[in-house]
Design a protein around this ligand. Structure first.
Ligand code: ASP
Length: 592
């Protein structure tokens, strides 16, 4: 070893020891007779002292070193007179008597410190320098910890880590595939896996029983904020299980990770049906750190909410014509000013939500009601709204009306926005839950056909199978999502393990028997050789890490991420390939 210690471990206990450290020069300060230099490695920073009186030549040499030079120093650990309580090594410094430059460095294009002066693009281009910075490095260390704890847990639960291939076959369901041309089979292509779904199911047919893998997956989607074309999943599958077993096993993993990574006990995970999530939160990944449930003022199609119409028949056309009139109650917000309400109105009118307006009703502290529709609705009417929403004196009700799906989605966003404004979505507070009973299928008006909501291998609930023929939209799936703080962290399902049912599913999805056989014959054939009942789940590993790190961005938790245009600006990829390579692959590019 070139070093006796790292730059992050020496403390007052080591005073008097002769040590050798290696690392990068963070910065130097010349104070006349002394030069103080910080040396940094992955483990921390240690202060070095060069003394003009005791060794002038060495001190001169130290003064010539540039930032990010790689150096090796030897000397004696000494107590500092000016201690820094914020650093592990803050009580000591090294009186250096030997210095070796292991490598020089160009001046880095941004400062390599906790807070840098470098913009996003330049830091991506020099990602290897950015990773030297503490926050980025810490994110990668956190990621490694989450991976290690995942492996610990799953290994102890008898899961076997198995690698599945990366060069596979393009299939039509799901997102767009990345494809790789085959040189040896010209005109044919591999696809990169969007997930190892079919392979893990084949491993169950193979008897491997409990499989997992921390695995790269690829989806060629238009990049939205915080999507990466390649991302990592904790991918798992189990045999001889029912939904309940999977929920318990992976609730266990979730708890284990929270406990061992964050030191947090998140308790039992509540469960909510998809239908309830949509009714009360307006989306299938509810943030349950706060209540503020959506309450429909028109009779709601969901059975639990069916009831009185609290708005119709008062000649208010907007409500009378609306498919859905839905409210939330913001605690203690009756005092909201005109300006605040106008601001919220503008907020729901943004093209992303596209609502035409926002209606409010205040229950003032003097007991009176004041709304933007007082002309149509009496105090008594408004009192009913508050009752229905569980509101109190001093609260504010916000109401949206319009087409069902659009209005529900807008209200879901408004709820989150109000949660933010009222400080109800606290960083550092974690609320996880299972969302269950998803519909098996969703209809695409554009393509005029049914699509699998999860994927085509997901099993319908046995009691709903008959509905596949008559009312496909009503069939519920044995599928589940793990949601934490309003983010979908994991999702999975019990699978179909019967060839005929799988065939039926493909036919509902509009495949001819021949197409199904061509695309998925390998799986359906395997089902003829004793496929066990099985099911599984996959966790979005990057997102999980970002959540543990308290960040919204998965990019910070990926060593070498792509930018928003799907480019790696460090290696400049994607890039053209040579004529020769193209020829070898038998690919002709269209001339523009
Ligand atoms: N393969 C699925 C996905 O990537 C997860 C699963 O069903 O296990 O979403």
């Amino acid at each position: 070893m070139l070093r006796t210690h790292t730059c992050g471990e020496l403390t007052i206990k080591d005073a008097g020891k002769k040590v050798t450290l290696c690392g990068w020069l963070q910065r130097s300060r010349d104070l006349g007779g002394m030069t103080f230099t910080d040396i940094r490695d992955r483990y921390g920073i240690t202060q070095l002292v060069f003394n003009m009186d005791s060794n002038a030549a060495l001190c001169e040499q130290a003064r010539k070193l540039g930032r990010e030079f790689v150096i090796s120093v030897s000397g004696i650990v000494a107590e500092r007179s000016n201690k820094n309580a914020k650093m592990v090594t803050g009580d000591i410094e090294i009186n250096v008597d030997q210095l070796e430059v292991l490598n020089t460095s160009l001046l880095p294009p941004f400062t390599i410190e906790e807070n840098t002066d470098g913009g996003d693009e330049i830091r991506m281009k020099y990602r290897y320098l950015d990773i030297r910075r503490n926050p980025v490095k810490e994110s990668l260390l956190l990621r490694a910890k989450v991976a290690a704890e995942t492996r610990n847990y799953l290994y102890n639960e008898n899961f076997c880590e198995i690698e599945t291939p990366v060069l596979i076959k393009s299939t039509p369901e799901g997102a767009r595939d990345f494809v790789v041309p085959s040189r040896m089979n010209q005109g044919e292509f591999y696809a990169l896996p969007q997930s190892p779904q079919t392979f893990k199911q084949l491993l169950m047919v193979a008897g491997m029983d409990r499989y997992y893998q921390i695995v790269k997956c690829f989806r060629d989607e238009d990049l939205r904020a915080d999507r990466q074309p390649e991302f990592t999943q904790i991918d798992c599958e189990m045999s001889f299980v029912e939904q309940e077993d999977i929920l318990n096993t992976f609730e266990g993993l979730t708890k284990h990770l929270f406990k061992n990574v964050k030191g947090v006990d998140i308790g039992e995970l509540p469960r909510m049906s998809f239908a309830d999530a949509m009714t009360y939160y307006g989306n299938d990944k509810p943030d349950i750190r706060f209540e503020m449930k959506l309450r429909s003022l028109t009779p709601d199609p969901s059975p639990k909410e069916r009831g009185e119409n609290l708005v119709s028949g008062k000649n208010f056309k907007i409500f009378d014509d609306a498919e859905l009139v839905v409210a939330i109650c913001a605690r203690g917000c009756a005092e909201y000013t005109r300006k605040q309400l106008d601001e919220l109105t503008e907020w729901v009118k943004r093209p992303q939500l596209g609502m035409t307006g926002l209606i409010y009703s205040r229950w003032n502290s003097d007991g009176t009601y004041k709304s933007s529709v007082d002309k149509f609705y009496s105090a008594e009417d408004q009192q009913k709204w508050f009752e229905h929403c569980g509101g109190q004196q001093g609260d504010l009700i916000l109401i949206l009306a319009g087409e069902k799906n659009k209005t529900r989605k807008a209200m879901s966003e408004l709820r989150l926005e109000m949660g933010n404004r009222l400080g109800l979505r606290k960083a550092g507070e974690y609320k996880a839950l299972w969302v269950l009973d998803f519909p098996l299928l969703e209809y695409s008006d554009e393509q005029k056909r049914w699509f699998a909501m999860h994927h085509p291998f997901t099993s319908p609930k046995p009691e709903d199978i008959a509905l596949l023929e008559t009312d496909p939209g009503a069939v519920r799936a044995n599928a589940y999502d793990l949601v934490i703080n309003g983010t979908e962290i994991g999702g999975g399902s019990i699978r179909i393990h019967n060839k005929d049912l799988q065939k039926k599913m493909f036919s509902v999805l509009g495949f001819t028997d021949e197409d199904a056989q061509n695309q998925f014959g390998f799986l359906m054939n395997a089902f003829e050789y004793g496929a066990p009942p099985h099911g599984g789940i996959a966790f979005g590993f990057d997102r999980l890490c970002a959540m543990f790190g308290g960040s919204d961005s998965i990019r910070d938790y990926i060593a070498f991420p792509k930018n928003n245009a799907g480019r790696d600006v460090m290696i400049d990829s994607p890039s053209k390939i040579s004529e020769e390579q193209l020829k070898e692959l038998g690919i002709k590019l269209n001339e523009k």
